[in-house]
Design a binder for this molecule. Structure first.
Ligand code: B12
Length: 218
């Protein structure tokens, strides 16, 4: 691992935004792959998550981490050559109706983006018909729903029913995240649930390869 990369993990886990941005710029100038740099940022974010779980970091630190991550993502995706590598279809993402929690959604959409997925982020408190419109517009194979309050489960169920009514459900995979579990998956009619934001990439890749929307490189 190059010195810049090692320093990047440390700067990210210390939430030193100036240092992170400088190191990313430096890395890009040195010709380090943006994906390698983003991987180091992710390792730094993992560290922030660990410190949060131990009670050493607070929610404001998680928010800070996701803000730094957004800035880095903007920087690297503007870097020549990265956009051309984006090869996966668009995933439609949103926090469902009546729910405004979006910290986890923002982290998860960021992770999808830097793994090469297009993301149509509909925001928070999103009514079902907006998901239907977005799936049609982007011809998306995957919809991701975030929900953290009990009321979100009903909204998820309604949204999935609307996708069914629109005739889109059979070609769609629906993944739910937030404060969810197997029983919420069953209740809402979703295909997968995950509370670990890194799982989403693995699930999406599997689905897209199975549906021949991308060809797996060996
Ligand atoms: C921060 C917070 C808020 C913030 C939200 C700020 C924001 N911009 O999001 C504010 C203060 C605004 C807020 C408001 C409310 N909140 Co609140 N909030 C929280 C809190 C403390 C943390 C949530 C959070 O951001 N966690 C950190 C993120 C990173 O975790 P995460 O969202 O789970 O996301 C992770 C994974 O789930 C995954 N993920 C997320 N989405 C997706 C999607 C997919 C597809 C996948 C694969 C993965 C994935 O990725 C993330 C990283 O791994 C929780 C308590 C808790 N312990 O969860 C309560 C909590 C969720 N809130 C709660 C409540 C009740 C409310 C309010 C109703 C309070 C009120 N009376 O007004 C309002 C809700 C208003 C509304 N209509 O939505 C309750 C919900 C209880 C319930 N079962 O209904 C909780 C559980 C607190 C509690 N114990 O009572 N809240």
């Amino acid at each position: 691992m190059l010195k810049t990369q090692k320093m990047l993990v440390g700067a990210m886990s210390k939430l030193d935004d100036t240092m992170v941005m400088n190191l990313v710029r430096q890395g890009l100038q040195m010709g380090i792959s943006p994906y390698v740099l983003l991987e180091e940022i992710r390792a730094g974010i993992d560290r922030v998550g660990e410190l949060y779980s131990k009670g050493e970091y607070f929610l404001s630190d998680l928010i800070m981490a996701s803000e730094i991550f957004k800035d880095v993502l903007a920087l690297v995706t503007n870097h020549q050559g990265v956009i051309a590598k984006i090869s996966y279809p668009t995933v439609v993402f949103g926090t469902v109706e009546n729910d405004i929690h979006d910290i986890g959604k923002n982290i998860t959409t960021g992770i999808l983006r830097y793994n090469g997925f297009g993301v149509c982020d509909l925001g928070v408190n999103v009514p079902g018909h907006k998901f239907v419109e977005a799936v049609k517009q982007h011809n998306s194979p995957v919809v991701c729903l975030t929900g953290l309050i009990t009321g979100a489960y009903e909204s998820m169920k309604k949204t999935i029913a609307m996708l069914e009514d629109a005739g889109l459900r059979s070609r769609l995979t629906v993944i739910i995240g937030g404060l969810v579990g197997e029983s919420v998956k069953e209740y809402t009619g979703a295909d997968y649930w995950a509370t670990d934001c890194t799982k989403v990439v693995e699930i999406c890749r599997k689905i897209l390869v199975a549906n021949r929307r991308v060809v797996q490189s060996s």
